[in-house]
Design a protein around this ligand. Structure first.
Ligand SMILES: [Zn+2]
Length: 658
């Protein structure tokens, strides 16, 4: 592990504009710098960098963070890797503390697996470019495909000779252990080379490390499978892997679209021709993990199909999964007999791009068309088609999108819209039931829940569900008030009041009773309070940089968002949730007053909540004819109201009087 001291040193040294300017052009605008956002496609810059606060924020897509976050998001690095990258850039020597024995061993194992793969990559490339058979068979094959030498190198293509154990011997001679070679599947159990007489495709992970290989047969052995792949290892998981993602990720982000093809050569061919946002799932149907990978870069996916209707129909089944993840899916069918590679070579880039534009069909409509053609004049089949389409539509989380599809599909299929709505609702109910059950069984990642259907797409709530919805709304409004306090702590906590000599943070924590802090609803806000209390107890006064650079990503993300104006409350929240927001900040902004007011608004909200809860108690007691309790709670109610009015009055005077 990198020591905290080293991490701090890196964070203190790094300048956000230095890091970002490695990737995009920034221009000065006042105290800030702006540029075109690298995370979404835009024509006018909304990506804002604040050198003073050492943070960035995009007002288009909302991405925000400190320099470390930028590298983590932009280069898909882990936190330690981002720190290592920055340390290298600034020539900072990192102090790595000793990890546990198991951790060290695991890291060493992974690193040595990568090393062996690097050697294999080099070996296969050498065979391709420097041996007679490599040149006449392998290189010849790639040249026939039209691959340029720079492309061949960029994708790490190679050739594995047909001699039984040439690679294994070379690796052992270099000092690599045979059990490593076997573990990676480069050498088979009997000690022979796994890849023989094949052209080789290197499998890179998102950061460009070599995780495995795929080999395409060259000889005439008809029994051998056309393609073979490295087995699953500690560093290669087929279901989480997309071929070409490393080379494509930048283009995918910039164009805000990912093109999915079937074969390795399709990826390379399109990439070389200028369509660089392209990946392949290497033959398997898409998995949830692969979709997750794409979703990190874009919500828009375009799938290129070649082949016959039957094959396409089979492939379409897997796509319902994509709909559930709220991705926009389009499908492009290539002319019969063409694959992306051949089509690109015969048509050229411009015609190909035009074709992609003209022929891209929304997945649902594509599926409807395809199935309808088969079921023409067969009412039984048509019913089955309706069920099939309905189950796809029901998976779309966005209700507006869903209703648009229902309308269009009802016209396409010539069935009543009402009937389809009923079917979709029904399909959704059973889907929700199933998902609830799944969730109960598998509560590994509750944070992910909102992205699942059923998160936002409940049917109109009634009865207990309605009550739950109301409770949720009241919870939300408390959370907003909590957030306001957290904002004060993060952005002004270290400021010291001249009169009292105490910091805003210490003032707030003194004023707030510990029980109130225990009751903070939102887990991240609660964590801010905990950390703040700890720091204060240790004699520290955390600055806003302390928060924006905090090691816990939820904390730093929150801090960045709260530190970048405009403050992200939406205007109608004020009336919707009866939230009292701070009024316009005057130039001579008084942080002490801001803290006092935030505290009062928070208290007011708490008192309101208590009053509502107490009202319920009164009702229950009244219904069970318990007069003594009714009296007791009524008394409390009056007290609460008095306190509430008092705070409201104070707030009124403070807010509007000055
Ligand atoms: Zn953006």
């Amino acid at each position: 592990m990198i020591s905290d001291k080293s991490v701090q040193q890196v964070i203190d040294t790094v300048k956000v504009e230095d890091v970002i300017e490695d990737y995009i052009n920034l221009t000065r605008r006042g105290v800030n710098m702006i540029g075109l956002c690298p995370f979404h496609n835009e024509k006018t810059p909304s990506f804002t960098v604040s050198p003073a606060k050492n943070i960035y924020k995009c007002f288009g897509c909302g991405k925000a963070g400190n320099p470390v976050r930028f590298l983590m998001d932009h280069e898909s690095l882990s936190f330690p890797d981002a720190i290592r990258h920055l340390a290298k850039k600034y020539n900072i020597e990192l102090e790595e503390t000793r990890s546990s024995e198991a951790q060290v061993q695991e890291r060493q194992l992974r690193e040595s697996l990568y090393l062996v793969n690097d050697f294999a990559l080099e070996y296969y490339a050498k065979q391709l470019f420097e041996t007679e058979t490599g040149k006449s068979i392998g290189l010849q094959y790639f040249k026939e495909r039209g691959f340029r030498e720079d492309t061949i190198k960029e994708f790490g293509l190679g050739y594995a000779p047909s001699k039984g154990d040439a690679f294994t011997l070379a690796a052992i001679q270099k000092g690599y252990k045979q059990d490593m070679l076997k573990q990676l599947g480069l050498t088979s159990k009997g000690g022979r080379d796994f890849f023989r007489d094949r052209v080789m495709f290197t499998l890179h992970n998102l950061t460009g490390k070599v995780v495995g290989f795929a080999g395409r047969i060259m000889g005439t052995n008809k029994k051998a499978p056309k393609y073979i792949n490295s087995p699953e290892t500690e560093i290669y998981h087929k279901s989480k892997f997309l071929y070409g993602a490393y080379q494509a990720k930048r283009a995918i982000r910039q164009l805000d679209e990912c093109i999915l093809v079937e074969g390795y050569t399709d990826v390379i061919s399109l990439y070389q021709s200028g369509i660089q946002n392209v990946v392949a799932s290497s033959g398997t149907s898409l998995t949830v993990d692969q979709i997750g990978l794409i979703k990190r870069f874009t919500p828009n996916i375009k799938i290129l199909y070649d082949g016959d209707a039957a094959g396409i129909k089979a492939a379409l089944r897997g796509l319902d999964l994509v709909l559930e993840q709220d991705l926009n899916v389009k499908v492009v069918l290539l002319p019969t007999g063409e694959d992306p590679d051949s089509f690109m070579r015969s048509q050229g880039l411009t015609a190909f791009e035009q074709y992609l534009k003209d022929e891209a069909k929304d997945f649902i409509f594509f599926k409807t068309d395809l199935l309808l053609k088969e079921s023409e004049n067969d009412p039984v089949k048509k019913t089955a088609v309706i069920k099939d389409i309905v189950s796809s539509i029901a998976r779309i989380p966005d209700p507006i999108k869903r209703s648009l599809y229902v309308r269009e599909v009802s016209q396409l299929m010539n069935v009543a819209e009402k009937m389809l709505v009923a079917e979709v609702n029904q399909a959704q109910m059973s889907l929700l039931k199933r998902q609830r059950k799944d969730r109960k069984q598998n509560r590994t990642n509750p944070q992910q829940d909102p992205s699942f259907p059923g998160g936002q797409n409940q049917l109109i709530p009634v009865g207990p569900e309605l009550e739950a919805a109301q409770q949720k709304a009241s919870q939300k409004s408390i959370e907003f008030q909590e957030k306001d306090l957290v904002r004060v702590i993060i952005t002004e906590g270290d400021k010291v009041d001249k009169e009292s000599g105490q910091s805003v943070l210490s003032y707030l924590l003194k004023e707030l009773e510990p029980e109130v802090i225990d009751e903070i609803v939102h887990p991240v806000y609660k964590r801010v309070f905990e950390i703040a209390a700890q720091e204060l107890a240790g004699g520290n006064s955390p600055t806003s940089a302390f928060w924006t650079n905090h090691r816990e990503p939820e904390i730093s993300e929150l801090a960045v968002n709260l530190s970048s104006p405009p403050f992200d409350y939406s205007p109608n929240w004020e009336e919707k949730h009866q939230i009292l927001l701070r009024s316009q900040v005057p130039p001579e902004f008084n942080f002490q007053k801001d803290a006092e007011q935030a505290l009062k608004r928070f208290r007011l909200k708490k008192l309101q909540k208590l009053a509502i809860e107490n009202q319920k108690r009164i009702k229950t007691a009244y219904e069970s004819n318990d007069d003594i309790q009714v009296m007791r709670w009524m008394k409390l109610q009056r007290k609460l109201q008095e306190m509430r009015d008092q705070v409201a009055k104070e707030l009124g005077t403070v807010v509007f009087g000055k």
